[in-house]
Design a protein around this ligand. Structure first.
Ligand SMILES: [Zn+2]
Length: 429
């Protein structure tokens, strides 16, 4: 007799519920990897890439089989969060973006209603709910379909539509087969009427000729479940943020993209943000030296920044006067995609260089120089123009903008007209 292997396909086999101690070796591996990188001078963007490609992929196989206890997930998150923000897994930084864990916690609470001594049951139970909600039935005899809880007539189960005492559902155990007789609907008129009030019209639901009830995955034309379609389904439900399309652009460098992400989440270490975290300090704008330092003031209302914005807007032949990042970025919707790329890059670079100038003034006492920023933006815009794969509109305004920035021209190639000899079918000379 052979003994049970300890590992199967790299996953350790676990008996009973998965505890924090079970997954502790994996958490230790994440910690030791992150600690190994902590001495290196890595940028924020490099740390994001290391986290996405290595740290978060270490537990993937294990998590696909076992549902991790919340304490273990939190410990892993703390290691990753500290490494991301401070470069050291053991060092916490004051200004970070809070992760939205409320949903995870809620899901976990609801999964405790049935307990089994199994290492995979908790994970399976959670997946069953999503599989049920995303599948439909090809109805045969209806013996396998729960009349109340399955998604057979519409996109929601009857239990989800009716708002009644949850205790009553314990007594509702009817199968769909009770209203089907010899492959045709045989529901009493009261039931037909009741279903009609819920938006289910039995006449519109065709029955399968065979006796079998077949569950099919809604998001695939063949009805087969695939991890890819399930992933797209989950990711499409995530709320979209307005700045997503601006930072996922070929012309925007990763360093600028991650800086923009910090600006949008308001986690820059401005003096007002540090004060909110309990650090007592007198606040003064490092650029103009006469106002309170907030992100809004620094980027949009400081006389020094306004001067730079005006210069940049004049090169784009527009009137400046922006008051936030969103309105300034959305300005480019009327431009051709090439000029829009240049505009986006110029806006994001200006914000970035203003922040760098603020840090130089704050930490090293270097006086703000508008000409220095203008020179840097000119170089950066030329780079972005080279990276952009789009075309410009063939008009004087856009030619003027391109010339002002000394960027390459990328004209939209005109369609070519050629004479074609031939006759339409049915026509004779
Ligand atoms: Zn100022």
């Amino acid at each position: 007799m052979g003994s049970l292997p300890e590992r199967y396909l790299v996953i350790p086999l676990v008996q009973g519920r998965v505890s924090k101690a079970t997954v502790a070796p994996l958490i230790d591996r994440i910690r030791s990897r992150a600690t190994g990188w902590s001495g290196k001078m890595l940028s924020f963007q490099s740390r994001v890439i290391l986290i996405q490609s290595i740290l978060t992929s270490l537990p993937i196989f294990n998590m696909a089989i076992y549902k991790w206890p919340m304490a273990a997930i939190k410990e892993g998150e703390i290691i990753i969060r500290n490494f991301l923000w401070s470069g050291d897994p053991a060092k916490k930084k004051l200004l970070t973006v809070k992760w939205d864990t409320s949903k995870v916690l809620k899901q976990r609470r609801s999964s405790h209603s049935i307990q089994k001594k199994s290492s995979i049951w908790t994970g399976l139970k959670e997946a069953i709910v999503s599989v049920k909600a995303n599948s439909k039935w090809i109805i045969g005899s209806g013996k396998d379909i729960d009349f109340w809880r399955d998604y057979w007539g519409s996109d929601v189960a009857i239990t989800e539509i009716l708002d009644i005492n949850p205790d009553i559902w314990k007594h509702c155990k009817a199968k769909l087969s009770q209203i089907i007789h010899q492959n045709t609907w045989a529901a009493p008129p009261e039931i037909v009427e009741f279903l009609a009030t819920l938006g289910i019209d039995l006449k519109n639901i065709t029955l399968n000729n065979s006796d079998k009830d077949i569950r099919v995955w809604k998001h695939c034309s063949h009805g087969n479940f695939s991890v890819q379609s399930a992933y797209h389904q989950i990711s499409s439900h995530r709320p979209k943020v307005w700045w997503f399309k601006y930072i996922n652009n070929k012309a925007i460098l990763p360093r600028i993209a991650s800086f923009t992400w910090k600006v949008c989440n308001n986690v820059l270490a401005t003096e007002d943000n540090l004060r909110k975290r309990g650090l007592n300090m007198a606040s003064r704008c490092s650029l103009c030296r006469c106002n309170l330092e907030t992100s809004d003031h620094l980027f949009w209302h400081c006389p020094m920044s306004i001067q730079t914005w005006d210069w940049m807007a004049s090169l784009f032949c527009i009137q400046a006067g922006f008051s936030n990042l969103q309105s300034s970025l959305e300005f480019c919707t009327q431009l051709s995609s090439y000029i829009a790329d240049i505009w986006k890059a110029a806006v994001l670079k200006l914000i970035y260089f203003l922040w760098r100038a603020r840090n130089d003034a704050f930490l090293e006492g270097i006086t703000f120089s508008p000409n220095d920023i203008k020179r840097k933006i000119c170089f950066a815009v030329k780079d972005a123009a080279g990276l952009s794969g789009n075309c410009m509109a063939n008009n004087c305004l856009e030619l003027q903008i391109v010339a002002a920035w000394e960027s390459p021209q990328k004209p939209d190639l005109c369609p070519e007209f050629r004479a074609v000899l031939g006759l339409f079918p049915g026509f004779r000379k």
